[in-house]
Design a protein around this ligand. Sequence first.
Ligand code: AMP
Length: 412
Amino acid sequence: MNFSAFGFGPSIMEGIEAIGYEIATPVQESAIPVILEGRDLIASAQTGTGKTAAFLLPVIEKLMAMPHDNQVKAMVIVPTRELALQIDQQMEGFSYYTHVSSIAIYGGTDGTVFSREKQALTEGADLIVCTPGRLMAHINMGYIKFPELKFLILDEADRMLDMGFHEDILKIISHLPKQRQNLMFSATMPSKIRHLAKQILHNPFEINIAMSKPAEKIVQKAFVVYDAQKIPLIKMLLKETEMKRVLVFCSTKEKTRQVYQELKRAGIKAEEIHSTLEQTTRETVIIRFKSGDIPVLVATDIVSRGIDIEDIDMVINYDVPHDGEDYIHRIGRTARASAEGTAVTFINERDQQRFGGIETLLEREIEKSPVPEQYGETPLYNPTIRRKSEKRGFAGKRKGGKKPGNSPRKPK
Ligand code: AMP
């Protein structure tokens, strides 16, 4: 479906053309007409499906028909600062040829940022993109009201609940007019999301974009390893092929730092990103990574959701992600739009069962690549065994370079 079929005004169409979209993605095709019609919406669509444009474009179209009167009319609530910034950037692109204004309210430690946000909130940008905690801080100061708010959008709702923002979200909503259009996007639909949807949405239209879709173009591989083999293996992977952009995900900040330092020591141009870094440093790192200045970025899950970085050649899960959703989010950083990409996961003994669970969720076994012989013996892959200890050889060993350990796994 071409964008001209939605009936957007010429100034939005100019923005869409300038950005280079031609054909609507499935979530855009389903969501845009529903939003234009004025209905509440609940959509299960993960990052990479084009969900941002699916809600921004129709909301901009509607905002254009409203008076430009210094009142906030649309609010997008998101879990992280990075996502807020990224949505705000897309907003700028789409609304470039319109009079619709927007601002991201996501904080930072600097007092001038707070006063700039305060000014934008009191003078009324048409659309704000905010993180819950920061918006609550402004609301608590008592100078913002939202008497004209017409659209509430919750993006990555499951992630926000995981991060403990449930109360903040409800508090924010208690400050909004009851008559409004509500749109909720979530990668997954667990019962707590259904419950939140019941509290917020009125007779919503429901869209489900199949979870496995965006991952289809991604070549997925795994290495079954001992912890000590991870560093040599990652160095090998990064050195063996020339790659423009590689994202490495680790489970903790400490691990992120350690891997980053090891890579630097090995002469690989890398940077780290996690929540202990200052916001400005995080932003600079992302800009440098986006621009191609840094080819390897070692990250915690902070950047796994929602962050729109084009042309990532490879995602390496240095540790197995917490669950299937996180896995899909992490590997969804590669193979965006039409590009292809590779996702590699290192599975140590402790993580085998978890990875087995991810394979079950994906309804497929991920290819286990052989570890080159020079790195020594590797564990046998048997995710059905619960490993209480990290003892080497608990589930048996196999020689590096032999047949990958797919076979012992029985489907659960
Ligand atoms: P999102 O799921 O909103 O994070 O979008 C994922 C990526 O797809 C972003 O890089 C978008 O710019 C891009 N994108 C979204 N919609 C389209 C479209 N209709 N045509 C081409 N690229 C798109």
